[in-house]
Design a protein around this ligand. Structure first.
Ligand code: ADP
Length: 493
């Protein structure tokens, strides 16, 4: 199959979160199965990859602009069949994409985001239509690519691509691309889309809704999240739409990219290690403590180190942590946090570290090498999310022998097996209720088990030997593509 993927970020070119990890890895996994993928994304400031490969004309309402096309080859992978390849196609339009950030400054989205990502969708389809290739599937991700299905379905795409089936993946229902309805005529979309079975959303329009309503198949990033989003509690106002489309909704767990995340060959950690011998974690732990200005004497090295790497937003459970912050500092543990996000949480963590400089280290920023080092050096990883579509960090953690403590929700529940003292089985620790007390109790329990070295090592080893590779997930995406093409029955995924 030949797949056109449209997304707003991808490793190694631009990243704000897990979406970029998925778009970086899934196409390569599809190529290993023999499929060819072109990923279309904006050419943001700082992207230098690729060669200039012409331009396409993009019409948005009355506006006509040229989009430069840059193409970078990313494959074929060594193990991929020779015809399969992955290319990244960058849409160059400096007015929209040559900016400091991808979507906006910390507190505020760019006001022309509807136009920036309408441009992406239209340019992607124009480029695809301008090539000689025939695409089988157009796969859009999140609201930024949400207009792709509506363009295809309503005769707004070039004729050569108009009959291509659309698949849409939602990575997080909290981001909905909701804008003023007056954008419809400005973008040439027509008021007839202002209907409840089209883009209308509470008197405004939603790009996410466009993706959900007009695609042939919908996927999301874990089986449990696929069920949760059909309920009012986790549906963020979209549960009705998702129940309406439930026969076409499939949950496929994200994989992790073992080329990037593997403690046996990660250049960001001082000593490699594996499931049979985790001694190398000590050197990483020392390096982490050192980087955070925490002590590295014998007592500090023996004390369990809890890592957190996260966007600092409500979703990730920081309100729970705030409730019990000073009690955390009383535990027999040290904490290191790496994150950026809401100002109030940045201030909160900086304040906490100032009050407990011997136990709590904080770095505000986005730092990929440090994220790897923390995964290597921490003993536990804390992820008490309110909701979590898939979550990657808990999987990185397990891979690195860093035992996750999570709330049993979404992809966290699909990946972390709560330790069972009776059977000795488990890969981490989880709690159900979204309360600070449940979090504190569970963390205390994990810290108790930490002292039982044999049990701890068993939990570590079980986590390290789980298979979170992309290959199984990529096979499921292929099944979804086949269903979209009408090549398989409608059940059985
Ligand atoms: P989300 O997509 O909701 O942010 P995920 O756990 O699915 O959460 O993915 C987050 C990704 O972003 C992971 O790869 C994680 O390591 C990375 N990440 C988040 N914050 C930072 C940071 N401050 N520095 C480096 N990497 C980060």
């Amino acid at each position: 199959m030949r797949i056109l993927t449209v997304a707003s970020e991808a490793v190694p070119f631009a990243k704000t979160g897990g979406l970029a990890d998925v778009i970086g890895a899934l196409p390569l996994a599809l190529a290993r199965l023999g499929h060819t993928v072109d990923v279309v994304m904006p050419r943001y400031r700082g992207i230098t990859a690729g060669e200039r490969a012409g331009q396409v004309t993009v019409r948005l309402g009355g506006q006509v602009a040229e989009a430069g096309i840059w193409i970078a080859e990313r494959g074929p992978e060594e193990s991929a069949p020779s015809q399969a390849q992955v290319r990244t196609v960058f849409i160059d339009q400096p007015t929209y994409y040559d900016r400091d950030f991808l979507y906006g400054t910390a507190g505020q989205d760019y006001p022309d985001n509807p136009e920036r990502f309408a441009f992406l969708a239209v340019a992607a389809l124009e480029w695809a239509a301008s090539t000689v290739q025939h695409f089988d599937i157009v796969h859009g991700h999140d609201w930024q690519a949400g207009l792709v299905p509506v363009l295809l379905q309503t005769g707004r795409a070039p004729a050569t691509i108009a009959r291509t089936q659309a698949v849409f993946t939602n990575h997080n229902l909290a981001y909905q691309g909701v804008f003023d309805a007056s954008w419809l005529p400005r973008l040439g979309l027509g008021w007839e889309l202002m209907r409840i079975d089209a883009l209308e959303y509470w008197g405004r329009i939603s790009y996410l809704k466009s993706g959900l309503m007009f695609s042939r198949m919908i996927t999301t990033v874990s089986p449990r999240y696929a069920r949760e989003i059909q309920t009012p509690e986790y549906g963020f106002g979209f549960d009705g739409i998702l129940r309406y489309r439930r026969d076409d909704v499939v949950g496929i767990l994200n994989g992790i990219d073992y080329d990037q995340w593997d403690p046996t060959r990660d250049s960001n950690i001082p000593e490699p290690y594996d499931a049979n011998n985790t001694a190398g974690k000590q050197a990483a732990k020392r390096a982490v403590l050192d980087k955070y200005g925490l002590r590295t004497d014998e007592a500090a090295m023996a004390r369990p180190l809890v890592g957190l790497i996260s966007r600092l937003v409500d979703q990730k459970g920081f309100d729970l942590i705030a409730e019990i912050a000073d009690q955390l500092a009383q535990l027999d543990a040290s904490f290191v946090l790496l994150g950026t996000g809401e100002r109030r949480y940045e201030d909160f963590w900086l304040g906490l570290a100032a009050r407990h400089p011997d136990r709590i280290g904080v770095k505000i920023g986005f730092d990929e090498p440090l994220a790897h080092l923390i995964e290597g050096g921490a003993d536990l990883f804390l992820m008490p999310s309110r909701f979590e579509p898939s979550g990657l960090n808990q999987m990185f953690s397990m891979r690195y022998g860093t035992v996750p403590v999570v709330r049993a929700v979404g992809g966290l529940d699909d990946t972390v097996l709560n330790y069972n003292p009776r059977t000795g089985e488990g890969t981490g620790f989880s709690f159900q209720d979204y309360t600070a007390q449940a979090l504190l109790n569970t963390l205390r329990w994990a810290l108790d088990v930490f002292r039982d070295r044999a049990t701890w090592q068993r939990i570590q080893r079980e986590g390290m030997t789980q298979d979170f590779s992309w290959d199984a997930s990529a096979r499921q995406y292929v099944k979804v593509y086949e269903r979209a093409l009408g090549r398989t029955r409608t059940d059985g995924i």
